[in-house]
Design a protein around this ligand. Sequence first.
Ligand code: SF4
Ligand code: SF4
Length: 330
Amino acid sequence: MITGVVTNIQYFTMFDGPGIRTTVFLKGCRLNCRWCHNPEGVRHYPEVFHLWSNCNDCGQCDNICPTGALQVVERLGHEGGVVTGGNAPGSIPIENRDKMVRKIRIDKGLCLGCRQCVEACPQAAFVISGEIMTVDEVIEKVAEERLMYENSDGGGLTLSGGEPTAQPEFCLALLKAAKEKGINTALDTCGYVRWDILNEMLDYTDVVLFDIKNMAPKAHREFTGVSNDLIQENARRIIARGGVEMRVRIPVIPGINDSAENMEKAAEFICALGLKAVDILPFHPWAGQSYRLLGLDYPFTVGEWYPGEKQERIEEIFRANGLKPNRLGG
Ligand code: SF4
Ligand code: SF4
């Protein structure tokens, strides 16, 4: 029985391919993008996180961990001992980080996933991200929305991540199982995958959502941890192979890929692929919220909207190159 690790299943998604879809997020990624919107999806295994905004320092998790994976690394106290409310009864609101009472570091190498901390906490401050599921379990949930796919314009299943191809056997089996049930399939990929693996997946894929992050090799390596050679080569191979709809997507990341020079190069690359449109994913000002919830550092300002005129200028570059920019959300 083939199993995989699923971070989340999201229903009624509008920007993950044609029509209305169910997006299944597979856990694990080979890249390490500095701006990643799903930090809980990067590692390949289920992992425990401490939601410090829920914690009221009750101490019930002290010494509960059988392996010593939990360590209290900050205790700041809060004003006058007053707990001011938040996500759970008696918790501290997220914006009052300076009033945080306890920050816990979890040594992932020591964690056994025994759930004792999850069960001990009365504030639901520990969560496990990543559920081991079988192909049948996932497809059963996806198939429940079949009517919605049929009544929307080509809706179906989208596999996303993390990076779905980083669980190659599970990803392939999900695509196959969906096609066997007549469900439209989309693969949202960063393209950093061996061609023979990707090529086999494409036999069961209707639409590829192919992310292009940065055209400059040095910057790509610096901000994602890997070279963009294989990614660009795979984009060309998908086009040459045919038999699948290819949509290139560009996430706009301030200071990392939003220069006119980079967008010009991206436009040239997409034109050379013979495509007529590009999907633009505007920078999401609240993307960093999950970093804050998980107590991780986020390199951008949370809540700051990307300037509309800059977004317009980027889209104008693509228009000037004969491409139709589709702004997804934002
Ligand atoms: S994590 Fe939960 S159990 Fe531990 S101190 Fe905070 S509220 Fe109490
Ligand atoms: S799941 Fe178990 S091993 Fe992991 S941090 Fe919690 S108590 Fe420790």
